[in-house]
Design a protein around this ligand. Sequence first.
Ligand SMILES: C[S@@+](CC[C@H](N)C(=O)[O-])C[C@H]1O[C@@H](n2cnc3c(N)ncnc32)[C@H](O)[C@@H]1O
Length: 304
Amino acid sequence: MAPLLRRLLAAEQRAFLHRDRRGWMEHLARTRAFLGAGLAAADAARPVLILGAGAGLEVPWGQAPKDSWGWDADPWSRARTGLRHLRWPAWIFEDLTGGLEALEQAARRCTREPWAEGRARPRERACARLAGLLPSLGAEGTALGSWIARYRPGVVLSANVMGQFGVVAQRLLEEILGPWPWVEDPEELDPLGEALDQWIARSLRAHLTRLAATPGSLRLVFDRGVVHGGDGLALGAWTDAWEEQLLGRGRLEVEDPLCGVDPVAELRLRDPVREVLKRERWLWPVAPGQTHVVEAVALGPPVL
Ligand SMILES: C[S@@+](CC[C@H](N)C(=O)[O-])C[C@H]1O[C@@H](n2cnc3c(N)ncnc32)[C@H](O)[C@@H]1O
């Protein structure tokens, strides 16, 4: 993985670990219990794969069978997991989207004029050029597909990583194009922001296609939404549109980290008979004024 990406992922994880975690107790307990139930039920004769394993804050490695693998592109993730759990599992450090390096190269190319010995291109034109190129950039998650086909895991856990695909891609473009290359005013067009949202949605759909091909069961924990502001937030009755469940006072601003992709609906499209065994949602107060709607879903193995 390219040095900038390694540095970015390490910085993101450092920031995550250094947040004030006083409001995280319920989130951590529920995530650990949900992932732990998948680990405890795993067939010890088959490999287990933990995606977004990070520093092991949310992952109860003590319950993981011997042949369990972590997957996280942060270069410090395995060492942090080792220190926290006194265990050194096998690890894969690759980019799960499979598209971040191509995105980085394309963004770098767009910052230079091709005809003038690499002279810097004005930022607005670099952003417009990249917006035009983005639809042709793939993010197929090939490494994950190959790993699953080779090792045929009995369980795959996704530990809060899907909502990060977009965050990392955004940070990457901000590093290369300069701070905040997006158009803030919702009344104005933002071709780069929209093209990136579509890239994120494509990468998530490709990722879910890989997960749907898993021969074992799946347990996914992911950010379904990010809420800014509001007071006394709570979740109302379950509806597919997560925004409609939000109850509370005050002005709310909502963000969709999955750019319109509903993981369960996507998995169902690819494998309509795989059974949803359990589905939970809860609120995670990540920081003052920022609350995440977290969803956890357990799916059985494919029905053959
Ligand atoms: C919110 S953290 C999850 C924390 C982790 N579950 C734990 O228990 O510490 C998201 C993790 O996903 C990893 N990640 C983000 N994007 C990734 C990608 N494209 N490929 C591989 N790992 C990625 C980050 O390095 C980070 O460790």
